[in-house]
Design a protein around this ligand. Sequence first.
Ligand code: AMP
Ligand code: MG
Length: 331
Amino acid sequence: MLCLGIESTAHTFGVGIVDENCRVLSNKKAVYVPPSGGIVPREAFLHHTSKAPEVLLSSLKEAGIDIGDIDVFSFSRGPGLGPCLRAGAVLTRFLSLKTGKPIIGVNHCVAHIEIGKKLSGASDPVVLYVSGGNTQVLAFVDGRYRTFGETLDVGVGNALDMFARECGLQHPGGPKIERLAENGKYVKLPYTVKGMCLSFSGIITEALRLYRSGVRLEDLCFSLQETLFAMLTEVTERALAHTGKNEVLLTGGVAANKRLREMLRIMCEERGADFYTVPHEFAGDNGAMIAWTGILAFTSGISEKVEDTKINPRWRTDEVDITWIQPSTNL
Ligand code: AMP
Ligand code: MG
């Protein structure tokens, strides 16, 4: 069985083709880079619609198949930016109608978790999902990925990108901050964990104030990583303790960061838990994760009518019934 998945929640327009064993036949993408400032939804929409034919065709070509060989189509229904989501949804509906094959709208955050689990070998982890727009600590309990903690403002990736942009670094900021941090030393920044939730925007404001007062950029990059990642590790550790689970999975675009991985690995070693990370290629937004989640949903019996595939820009991870995992009632 082959599923073609389309990702288009924010910057990335991606098309992936995956089989029922999660063999990835192709995973192509085009990424919208805002000229300055943050993402402009209308411009990202125009980017996605103009790149769609090229990305779709190159994905089919790499997989060595024809559109008629696809058994099911899936797309990111949400959460994300309305115009961007529409670009993917409209194309997927067209492909489904044209070929007469089923269509499934999947949750983007659940897709980050499922591709991470499948490709890393984690089975029942506490998940730290860190990307541009999202930051959540989740675990599967009783039929859903339940939220144990999350950001109260921006996602950690966006926080890093915002800081980088104001300091004249090119988008995406995360990798540039990681590189500069190698030559930095610690300066104190606020640390804002509230219960199980996190807040990043005040820390960025303070880091920018220090930058403008002359503190070295390398030191601020180092200190931002140490502070933000320690906050994430603290909440993940507490979720591990509360749930009694013995695995941690790091997934989402920020999972590419070596220092974050190191902190979580050390925490897991100290607690006797196993640590898993999504492979680098599948850390950021991509079509393959949408295709794999399409396979899981479809083979668990989900089917949708084209007219019921409306996008849902505010679709929360914990609103999705996970029909492909046996529910366990005990924590
Ligand atoms: P996503 O939204 O899942 O595609 O992830 C994109 C986010 O990941 C952006 O905010 C990037 O800045 C961030 N990111 C990518 N690579 C790294 C890295 N090495 N360190 C920190 N953040 C990163
Ligand atoms: Mg994402």
